[in-house]
Ligand binder design. Structure first.
Ligand SMILES: [Fe+2]
Length: 268
């Protein structure tokens, strides 16, 4: 059986205004540069995975997201982040067959679970009792598959004090459920604007850089990392293995930046 190919795109932080920037990076041009760079991977992908912070507190940005991703002609699996309004995001994607908002999607021998970890009014995340129960159920009913669990907030420490104060508040509850299901092979998130790859037992733990600005790894206080936009490619094997790599746009041109229109916004 052929492996499943995914491209993860995260933390696009779009605005309604096309040229608006977050901390010096114009977010829609940066996203377009990422998608152009990733085009060969997207063409070969079974789906795109988008793990939240689609807009920067500006629901007018959802129009750009819908138009940009609908044009890619691939299934787009979407979950919200703390800078999104989940109801408005769901509404913005409604009616177009390319988009799936939360829930789960079965592709070949895998189940991909999309969680909503948004805690309204907070940069931190939390899975509701209902979400935890749904996670337990959707994992329990697919024991013949491998599972990839996706959410916005990091469920493990990033070794970064300020980021660890805005992670998943009830990660112990989350892992209590994950640990009941031995067929979970990977957990993927956004939110932290940096790449991390680790193992927890047999489970791959993966964070992915933003398509715009990055945060410095292992920093106790908020700090920008000058690394360029990035994305992650994943290959999910029939036997349950995950091959994955982060791709950085090392030649990302400074002309996508426009510090003059920088917005002051909360970080993650
Ligand atoms: Fe973000």
């Amino acid at each position: 059986m052929n492996p499943i190919r995914l491209v993860q795109i995260t933390d696009t932080h779009l605005f309604g205004e096309e040229s608006a920037a977050l901390r010096g990076v114009a977010t829609l041009p940066a996203l377009r540069a990422v998608l152009a760079h990733a085009a060969p991977h997207i063409e070969a992908a079974d789906a795109l995975l988008v793990t939240g912070d689609i807009v920067q507190d500006d629901s007018a940005g959802y129009r750009h997201f819908r138009e940009t991703f609908a044009a890619l002609d691939r299934p787009v699996l979407v979950l919200p982040g703390n800078h999104d309004e989940p109801a408005l995001l769901r509404e913005a994607l409604h009616g177009h067959p390319a988009f799936q908002f939360c829930g789960h999607r079965d592709i070949a021998g895998w189940r991909i679970v999309l969680l909503d970890s948004v805690l309204p009014g907070s940069a931190s995340g939390r899975l509701s009792e209902g979400s935890l129960a749904t996670l337990d159920r959707v994992l329990g009913e697919c024991r013949d598959r491998h599972a990839l669990v996706c959410l916005h907030h990091h469920p493990v420490s990033m070794s970064s004090q300020w980021l660890d104060e805005v992670g998943l508040e009830n990660s112990a509850d989350f892992f209590r459920i994950v640990d009941r299901h031995a067929h979970v092979r990977g957990i993927v998130w956004g939110h932290v604007h940096q790449s991390m790859q680790a193992m927890r037992g047999g489970i791959h733990l993966l964070s992915t850089p933003s398509t715009c600005v990055q945060f410095a790894p292992q920093a106790d206080d908020f700090a920008i990392d000058p690394r360029p936009p990035g994305y992650r490619i994943l290959q999910l094997d029939a036997a349950g293995g995950i091959q994955t790599e982060v791709v950085w746009l090392d030649r990302f041109a400074a002309d996508a930046s426009s510090p003059s229109s920088q917005r002051s916004s909360s970080a993650a």
